[in-house]
Design a protein around this ligand. Sequence first.
Ligand code: MSP
Length: 443
Amino acid sequence: MDKNFYITTPIYYPSAKPHMGHAYSSIAADFFARFKRLQGFNVFFLTGTDEHGQKIQRAAKENNKEPQVFCDEISKTFFNLSKTLNLSNDDFIRTTEKRHKSAVTHLWNILEKKNEIYLSKYSGWYSVSDEAFYNDDEIEEINGKKVSKISGSSVEWVEEESYFFKLSKWQDPLLKFYTENPNFILPESRRNEVISFVKSGLKDLSVSRKSFSWGIKVPSNKEHVIYVWLDALTNYLSALNYPSTEDPLLKNFWPASLHLIGKDILRFHAVYWPAFLLAAGIDPPKRVYGHGWILSNDEKMSKSKGNILDPIEIIGKYGIDPLRYYLLKEVSFGNDGSISKEKLESCINSDLANNYGNLCQRVIAFNEKNLNLKVPESYNFNEEDKKILQIFSSKYNQIIEFIDHQDINNYINFIQDGLFSANKYFNDQEPWNKKKIKTGLIQ
Ligand code: MSP
């Protein structure tokens, strides 16, 4: 069995300070990383920041800062958040680092050498906020403004010389790849979305921009910068020291086991990324999981609505572990979910204090009082003892199955039910009475 597990979060745009949506992606990835480590896997867990492109260049300008200075400042807040969230990541990559730039340049050269890239002209819609090109049929007009139907963000008309990646050529190989790897995209509903998008026809993809400069230069033509998504996606390889094929990190951890991302960036990860990799002769990742959105009181968080939940503030008030538990429990993983401070408080009271806290409290207090915090050796289990142990041991394979399909909610239900049964067992067994009878045995 392959005992290596490589898991990644998306790399975040340091265009503004992090919010709860970013924390959510990271917390979920951390949950899987920790589980796989406990299971005995050799885990590599990566997160970081995505620092090039027009979006960042504009944000820096609005703040009257040089892009690099601006990125250094905001990337630091993401780095600090990774500490506050107590993430167990093994690396934090920034796309402005030299190791990343040389990996991207290398990948570009391969694609060019393999004749997968050609020079032409792009004319069409572009959303700076999404860093995405959109077709005419993906655009609508709202209040006189052209916006993307997919993300709702505003788009602008772009006409410029551009390099193109021969994405159209990869339509059939991609469909074959999805069929042969039915669990490549999860959850299933997202897989279906991607397949119908690819079936509807792929056009060649513009992979360079000429009208601004903040990015990695096209090696053979310095007037162009490499499209930020081709740049950003490569982070998953550059953190493993690609292109050093003999490097143990690359050998052990590629292809990635799981790219955990939000549903809004599925197309980049499940269509463009495997196409770039197939074209370069590199194995695609094993799984891309698109989780849903965190809503604040049923609405998408946004600066203009003023409903942004600040993870740092919430952690300051309630602590990190309650927040981690709440986010994973409350949102049905893969779907959108609404969170609020009120629901967080009631979750802390019911699940954590009453169920889990209560069990810990009575077991530890009883143990401390009678056994000096030592775990007694097992002996003559009665039927009830065996039953409660069985609840946990019999489900071992099923739990692994839940985790390996990113089915967090069934896993948490199992834990909650288990805690409930354990509390009941403790009550019914009345160990304080047994102590009187069998003092000799447990002391
Ligand atoms: N830089 C790109 C990702 C490149 S990965 C090679 C990007 N960055 S982002 O900062 O805009 O978003 C990063 C992640 O945060 C995405 O997975 C996105 O879905 C997630 N979230 C941002 N807001 C969110 C919510 N409100 N809820 C849940 N996650 C959302 O996209």
